[in-house]
Design a binder for this molecule. Sequence first.
Ligand code: GLU
Length: 415
Amino acid sequence: MDETNAFDNAIKQLESASKFCTCDRNLVEILKYPQKIIEVTIPLQMDNGKIKVFTGYRVQHNNARGPYKGGVRFHPAVNLEEVKALSLWMSMKCAVVNIPFGGAKGGVIVDPKKLTAHEIEHLTRGYIDKIFEFIGPMKDILAPDVNTNAQTMAWIMDEYSHISREHSPAVVTGKPVDNEGSLGRDTATAMGGKYVLVEYLKTKGLDIQLLSVAIQGFGNAGYNIAKLLHEEGALIVAIADSKGTIYNETGIDPTAAMKFKLKHGSIKNMPESIEIKTEDLFSLNCDILIPAALENAIDHKNAKNIKAKIILELANGPVTPEADLILKDKGVNIIPDILANSGGVTVSYFEWVQNLSRDYWTLEVVDNKLKEIMLKAFNDIHDFANLKKCTLREAAFALAITRICLATKNRGILS
Ligand code: GLU
């Protein structure tokens, strides 16, 4: 059995959690299929005059609870099974935090590190031209994901507004603050992760100031969680980016690491730290492990070497179902992705509300609302897991499935 097919993995998670749901099994069956799969080709004239043709996807998994919602990633390893899985996880995530969205995801097969800014802009616009009729503020709302950022979102807003001849900021979230983006959206994924981690530690009577953390991935989520946990007094002992992994048992300053990365393109060779193999990051003697990169980082091979007792999944799908079972047997507690990283889409929801109401909130308002939603979601899931004697992942999925199935039932299945 291929452990790396992300969609098969998502279905396994759905099935294992549905045992704990009281809703109609027939309705759960619907969730195993995305509602719509869009595949497009995007011809792009490169700066040297040559034409290259790229493939892009938008998968709309479920909209029973509201318009489709989810990010777009630019990565050479993007494939349809992955985008399908990510779209299913988005439906679950929005239901976990109880925001009125369904789930979708987009991806373009491209290594943006090999493209100029001008080429990336035109690729982004080309992608939007191709999926234009399927997206919109009340249909499907895009957002950043791996290798896309606020600038990419500004191009998306501009292209969509240009084609529709209407100013349409609410078609995409994660925009620059100067272009009606929300305050706090850039740090929201990590902030939400911090809130649930701190709450989780409280339930275990653990003091964050005495805990060490290893982080795989040093993009938006990885960097910001490192910074936030460092500020809380945790010891960041290891960080990996796509080019190297650094370790320092006395602690790494995330701000200094980011400065170094911006100057040298990677944290590799950062002074006062030693270089270790990325694989060794997972077997480090630390308390908390945070995968914040791509799917399947923790599989049946490296799961058995994990010594950390807590995993905070900031990436989507970083632990395979096989690894999940091994870790459960070892007594490792996992705070699952659909809860741990849902702060991002929660502040995306706030951004969408602000765009539609034309009324903008302070950072304090955004932060308080985010905290309230994250703590409620955590406590609901934690209580459910205790009651049903299941994992936090099973509890999170079960609550999400129940909410989506209820919405489906009320609307009518054939609608
Ligand atoms: N790409 C992010 C995620 O996987 C954010 C999605 C959004 O804000 O819509 O959760």
